[in-house]
Design a protein around this ligand. Sequence first.
Ligand SMILES: NCc1[nH]cc(CCC(=O)O)c1CC(=O)O
Length: 317
Amino acid sequence: MPAARPLRIGTRASKLARWQSDWVAAELTQLGATVEIVEITTRGDVEQLGPVAGIGVQGVFTKEIQAAVLAGEVDLAVHSLKDLPTEQVAGLVLAATPPRETVADALVARTGPSLAELPAGARVGTGSLRRRAQLLHLRPDLHVAGIRGNVDTRLRKLDEGEFDAIVLAAAGLTRLGLAGRITELLEPPHMLPAPGQGSLALECRADDQATHDIVAQLNDAATRLGIVAERAVLAALHGGCSAPIAAWGRVDGALLRVDGLVASLDGREILRSSLIADLPAADAAAALRSAEQTGQAVADELRTLGAEAIILAARQG
Ligand SMILES: NCc1[nH]cc(CCC(=O)O)c1CC(=O)O
């Protein structure tokens, strides 16, 4: 009997992307699928010129992989959800968000174990406007400078002395077995995460029921509610990656808690909003609608506080 055609998984080739897609492949294999991994180069892998935020284009790590799914070259895209623009792409569906890794950011420092103990004027590397703004809010004396490249490259730049400290997603370091390099976890409420941080996004073609059915088994309902709320905050503020916007949604018993933040680039102005919603029991679709509405309500509150002016100013640099 001929073997069934394997389920082809499209992924970037970075170590972290491969860890994530290998994890998905192992999970799908456990569910009885035969899988094959296809590495795809994205614009974000090629253009290492400036900080990602400076590229000014959405989806630099995801577009080519989505195109390969739409073209039928692969069946499933594995992305870091944080890298996935909020605009729904016609013909694709988010089949699963597996259980989330930590949402925390991580300080990896050479010259002081914690943010509070970094020497005055220390040079801290991050390409993220969200991290920059929150770091400067806590430590206005720091020199925050852009850094690019994969996790290994960033750690090398730190070790070679280009920076006193860098800030990365704790999830990426943990997945790569590098959690030992973390000198301090930067957690909410002091450091709110990027929408989707620590979560994977598994996308397939909307008309590919077979792939959807097996991949959907990897979905974690609580993770999904959290990220739906976070992405609703981001979408409602039209923030993209050009402004410091953070959001954290999580299920707490029968409640959904959503925190949102908009900051000026220099970290001087920080707007915050937090809402708590009751999750309708035993109605998954209603719970997802509630998560989306709660995220939108957080964005509305941030707008009332003046978010639009701050986002506009950030966009103009
Ligand atoms: N391309 C940036 C990116 N996208 C996802 C992660 C980390 C993993 C995650 O947040 O899930 C990273 C690197 C970082 O922020 O340190």
